[in-house]
Design a protein. Sequence first.
Length: 456
Amino acid sequence: MIAKADPEDDSWRTDVPERFHLRAGDILLSEVVHHRPRAALVQEAHLPAVAAHGVLVLRPSKLLSAEHVRLILAFLRSDTVGALGVGTAGLRRLRISLLKTLELPNEDQALSAALADLAAAGQRLGDMAAEAGALAESVFDRNTTPVRARQLIITAGQLTRLRSVAAAQLDDPDFIIRTRYPYPIALRWRNVEAQKSAAGPDDVQAKEYEAVLKAAETLLGYSALLTTALAHEAGITCKAIRTFKGKIATGQGGPGFGDWQRILQQIAAAEGMSGLPPEHPLHEFAVLFADDEAETACQSLGTKRNSRAHGREDLPAVSAARLNDAHDALRFLLDRTRFLADLQLLDVTNVAWDRHEHSDTITFRRLMGDHPVVPTETLSHAGPGRIATNLYLADRDQRLHPLSPFLTCEKCEGCATLSLFHADKEQGELLQTSLDHGHFYPYEADERALRAVGLR
């Protein structure tokens, strides 16, 4: 960071040759490295200025975008640059001759955007901390009694305290799942928590066990359906996806836990994955089962779910060890899929084309958290392709990916609750089944949409 000019210091140098004057866009790098290198960007507000002794000036040969500059600054502040320092620990110095051997990072919009988001979050937290500090220091700025000062602090600091409480809740994984995960998963997790805290009947442990297994199947089903929709949009497929489509199109029974698991296992090796940009959300699903620990957790839950479905378990006699094992496996997979909190589930309810701006104004519901009744929001969309009143996934760069007809959003006929449905089969009959609560009934939407994606 470049320090602000001291308004009380009226000593100015006028004898510095112009060739030493800094320009907007220059990057300053401290020659001395204490812990990590320090770098800053010169902006118009900092001028006129010159670099002090011990400050290296890096002047770009061409105009750089703000995103590219952010990336270069992050690189210059890294240990990679710090390792070039020469001298004793705590007093190392960077030399231009060694810096010239470095290759600066090329422009990467996805990485720059991630850095910008992180910097913005840090700035907001810093502003809150500064506000709290300023409030504490102002206690006796007014000529008032301690009693009155206490009341002023309580009143003025209410928002600051609420922010602190909200921030502390985000350290609780259960709170994150319940409030930030996609609706079907968040709702299922709320049911797990409710059963866990219930007291009374002897079968309450069995009910919690059943809630855990349902939550696991919803988590895998949602992830697999998103994977299938994203793969279809990108022109990618794998054997498990073809099998799933075949079950809906011509089979007698619908998909289950094993089908969802195989889709997530196979997508990483699907032809065409390597051609996707690194920021594409399909990559995050592809690494979900990248290690044995995730495979083991999923397999454990799948075995328990199948035993339960085929009557091989006497639920009232579920042991605490078996319940804890299932709970731990579910928590592991929920932690592994935390990226789902960043992939926003949007139910688009209206689209208006602005012919002057050449963009769509979209009205939507953000279906994140454990309740489907949420306020509508709007956004402007000028991306490729027109938007329809369907379900979409918004990635970290706010690109919209269609999920219909693999996943649809509508009011359930059974309970009148807004629910997410997927195509299903039972004894050859085409059904639509809810991910949130399991209600199902004959498929009522236009089957032509299913045919278009190979589901009929």
